[in-house]
Design a protein around this ligand. Sequence first.
Ligand SMILES: [Fe+2]
Length: 296
Amino acid sequence: MGIQHLNSNASAEEILEILDADAGVIIDNVLSSDQIDRINSDLEPYLKNTNEGQDEFTGFNTRRVGALIARSPECRELAMDPLVNNVSKKFLEPHSDGYQLHFTSAINIGPGETEQIIHRDRGVWGGYIPRKIETQLSTIWAITDFTKENGATQVVPGSHKWDRDRIPSEDEICYAEMSAGSVLIYTGSVMHGGGANTSKMDRLGVLIHYAPTWLRQEENQYLSCPPNIAKDLSPELRSLIGYSKGGYVLGFFTDPEKKDGELEGVSPERMFSKTHDEYSIIKSAEKLVTNSSKKR
Ligand SMILES: [Fe+2]
C-alpha cells in the first residue's frame, strides 16, 4: 500500500480514477525550478515574519502564511493550474453548480515539529453534510522535497470509505514523499495530517483547496483578497476566488451606497464591469471591509 504517483502528463480521468479508490494521488514534477524560485521569493518576506502555531493542531514549530492570492503572483498561477482545475470541476460538479477557491496557505513545518493529528478537512463544516456529497478537492504543492523525515503529509489511502470513527493503524498511514515541484491531490474526505519533522531542514508546501460554490469558504476571500486587490486580478481568477455567483442568485451583490436603484440585484461580476461606475462600487465594498475590521 502507498500513495500512487502519476507523471505530469496524466489526464484528469486518470487522476479521478485514483481519487475514487484512494482519495489521494501525487503528480510528480509539475513545476519548473524557476517557478519554485519565484514562489520562494514571493513567500519569503511573509514566512520570515510570521509566528509559529499556538496549539497542537497548528504546530508549535510550524509557520503558516495565508492570503496567497493577494500576496503571491506565482501562487495565483498555482490556483489556476489547468489540470487541477479540470479535476476540481469534474470532482465537485456532481454536487454543485460550480466550484470555487476555498483556502490558501503556505505551511512551513520546521525541525522538531511533531505529527499533526489525523483528520478529515470536511470537518470544517461541522459534519452536517452527508458523506456521499464530496465537499473539497485539495492540493499541496511541494516547494521543498517532501520526505518522511522532514514532515511529508500523512495520508490514509481509502479512508474516505471508512466508518467515520475508525482509527488508522500505523501501517495504514502513508507519507506523501515527493520531490519539490510535485503536487499531492487529495479529497476533503480522506484522513491525513502534517508529518513530524525529525530532520534539520524546513518542509515548505503551498496548500490550495477548492470547494462547491454553495459552501462557505474556509479562508474568507473577500477579506483576504479585498476588492482593491481583486480588481487587478484576471476575471477568471477573480471569479474563482468568489467574486462571482454560485447559482442563479447565489452570491449576488447590491451596492449599498447607490440610491438610484441602478444596480439593484447586480451580479458580483458587475462589480468590476466597465459599463458601470466601477470605482464607486469598489470604494463602497472597501468601506464595508474597513468598517467591519474597525468594529473588532
Ligand atoms: Fe487538513
